[in-house]
Design a binder for this molecule. Structure first.
Ligand code: GRF
Length: 224
């Protein structure tokens, strides 16, 4: 990288366009959250470790003003912005504001990491194939309308399924219907509660979300 910048300077006798070079190799991620943000933290940690060296998080947008995820963003020096129902009661205006923030930050990829609001069709089509979501079950099991939070794990336990897991998928206009990127399975253990199963699944979410982001970045940068 440094070498190519130097070479560029020598050849053209002009200041090397470092910014363009960086732009070319960096995927700018906006992470949308609503809660604790442990999946956000996992992406941050994998960027810091170098595993996700093609990515930067340019902002965290939260649907809730007191989400701990915003605290995590602050601790890492990442801009955190709340766009809430209270501030923007009209769903359309709220989505317009989110779209404005995404555009202004030059977002390449949107990561929904525990985001509990619905995105408008306009926003989804503006970022077609550039929005990914993590869901705490093995899609197509236990997903769709009404399957969020503990309800997902309750449904797994009630179904008698012997395994569950997590799925990262692209977001389309349906609920949890987009193309699957990665899945990983965990066993359902005898005596599991919603909490114990959720914790086992969450550990897997923290693994596959950064891996899916990496897969996205590799593909995306080929075309950039
Ligand atoms: C995760 O289980 C995710 O799959 C679900 O919401 C939870 C968010 O956890 N959509 P966190 O905010 O990342 O800790």
């Amino acid at each position: 990288m440094e070498q190519s910048v130097n070479q560029a300077m020598n050849q053209s006798n002009q200041p090397a366009n470092q910014f363009n070079t960086l732009e070319k190799r960096t995927v700018k991620i906006s992470v949308l959250v609503s809660g604790g943000g442990s999946n956000l933290q996992s992406v941050i940690d994998h960027i810091k470790s170098g595993f996700l060296d093609q990515a930067i998080i340019v902002q965290v947008i939260s649907s809730s003003a007191d989400a701990y995820a915003l605290e995590r963003a602050k601790n890492e020096g990442i801009p955190g912005i709340a766009v809430t129902r209270q501030q923007w009661p009209e769903e359309e205006k709220r989505n317009e504001e989110i779209l404005r923030l995404l555009t202004e930050a030059g977002t390449d990829l949107i990561v929904l990491a525990g985001y509990m609001s619905i995105l408008s069709p306009e926003l989804i089509s503006a970022y077609s194939d550039r929005i990914i979501n993590i869901h705490p079950s093995l899609i197509p099991r236990h997903c769709g309308k009404g399957y969020y939070g503990k309800r997902v794990h309750r449904s797994v336990l009630e179904s008698g399924d012997l395994k569950s897991g997590a799925t990262v998928h692209y977001v389309d206009e349906g609920i949890d219907t987009g193309r699957i990127i990665l899945q990983e399975t965990v066993p359902v253990e005898p005596g599991d509660t919603e909490d114990s199963l959720a914790a086992r699944v969450l550990a897997v979410e923290h693994k596959i979300l950064p891996r899916a982001v990496k897969l996205f970045c590799e593909e995306y940068l080929k075309g950039k």
